[in-house]
Design a protein around this ligand. Structure first.
Ligand code: NAD
Ligand code: LMR
Length: 331
């Protein structure tokens, strides 16, 4: 066993028996989410039909004999699963099925994320941090946040780190440079096909990325490849990205808790404070640094006319989603 005598951090994972859950839980238990000396207790939340599968995953977690894993609890009741929770990874969501309208999808997810937000409000620890992965992630995070009025709004975030990592990987491949040469990448807006990966502020070897690629590639290949990568993975794998999504969730929480490296930033969807003209309150992706356990939006970046249009289009989609959940009484 780990010799750490620290109190374990309680991490609640919803959708624990799903694909992302399977790729995520072992990495959390091995210390990659919070740090190699931080013991964890895992609370797994599933729907009743999937509890048995979650039990199977828990058996495998036991069989890894992870020194940092101090306990596993499995629940089909959100109230119990979020009791005393410090980090909540909201992965389980209602997928869009054939013939389902967007309003139906938002309503179905409201039925998941509003009660989970309330359970977080009522039972989570004071230092609770929430990352929503389940789609539509930004708006699901907004629903959960509104159901948790006693929790500071900034503790509710949604994942665009996968998009951020995808953008870095595509650019590094194009320029045939190590990934570590690329800094200051930003994903703006929604985790959807309208997202805007910004190369006008990103740097490669200290120089502006947009100046090192041709404009046609940037506009006609890079942006759509990153923005539609999720759909391309589904097409190729027959299932949505799981290991890369789990990896991005680990990156997001690790940086949130431990801080982002000096001289760089990352992307996360957090409640807007009105920066860059993005309406206050919506959960939009921004360039962010984490300092003292808090996300801060990187200020003062230049937004050219092209970027402005792309950001505005994605923000318009977020506003439509917000208005739809408002009219459903979910926020
Ligand atoms: P999956 O279908 O394999 O697993 C989802 C799990 O959630 C299932 O086990 C299901 O039983 C569970 N679940 C459903 N409702 C629940 C509830 N109310 N409480 C607890 N658990 C519940 O799906 P997956 O591949 O693991 O993906 C999960 C979600 O993540 C999807 O919405 C997917 O679109 C999304 N996703 C987001 C990103 C991102 O970058 N933000 C990337 C990839 C996938
Ligand atoms: C992704 O970006 O890989 C996912 O959000 C795609 C999806 O619809 O699950």
């Amino acid at each position: 066993m780990s010799t750490s005598t620290a109190t374990p951090v309680t991490v609640t994972v919803t959708g624990a028996a799903g694909q992302i859950g399977y790729a995520l839980l072992f990495r959390i238990a091995s210390g990659q989410l919070l740090g190699a000396d931080v013991p964890v207790t895992l609370n797994l939340l599933e729907i009743p039909q999937a509890v048995k599968a979650a039990e199977g995953t828990a058996m495998e977690l036991d069989d890894c004999a992870f020194p940092l894993l101090r306990g596993i609890n499995i629940y089909d009741d959100a109230k119990k699963a979020f009791e005393g929770c410090n980090v909540a990874l909201l992965v389980g969501a209602r997928p869009r099925t054939k013939g389902m309208e967007r309003g139906d999808l938002l309503e179905a997810n409201g039925g998941i994320f509003a009660p989970q937000g309330k359970a977080i409000n009522d039972g989570a620890a004071d230092d609770i941090r929430v990352l929503v992965v389940g789609n539509p992630a930004n708006t699901n995070a907004l629903i959960a946040q509104h159901a948790a009025p006693d929790v500071p709004a900034e503790r509710f975030t949604a994942m665009t780190r996968l998009d951020h990592n995808r953008a870095i990987a595509q650019l590094a491949k194009k320029l045939n440079v190590p990934l570590t040469e690329i800094k200051k990448m930003t994903i703006w807006g929604n985790h959807s096909a309208t997202q805007y990966p910004d190369l006008y502020n990103a740097e490669v070897g200290g120089k502006i990325a947009a100046e090192q690629v041709d404009e046609t590639w940037l506009k006609e290949e890079f942006i759509p490849t990153v923005a539609k990568r999720g759909a391309a993975i589904i097409e190729a794998r027959g299932a949505s990205s799981a290991a890369s999504a789990a990896n991005a969730a680990i990156d997001h929480v690790f940086d949130w808790v431990n801080g982002t490296p000096e001289g760089d930033w990352t992307s996360a969807a957090i409640p807007s404070d009105g920066s860059y003209g993005i309406p206050e309150g919506i959960i939009s992706s921004f360039p962010v640094v984490s300092k003292n356990g808090k996300w801060e939006i990187v200020q003062g970046l230049e937004i050219n006319e092209f970027s402005r249009q792309k950001i505005d289009a994605s923000v318009a989609e977020l506003l439509e989603e917000r208005d739809a959940v408002k009219s459903l009484g979910l926020i």
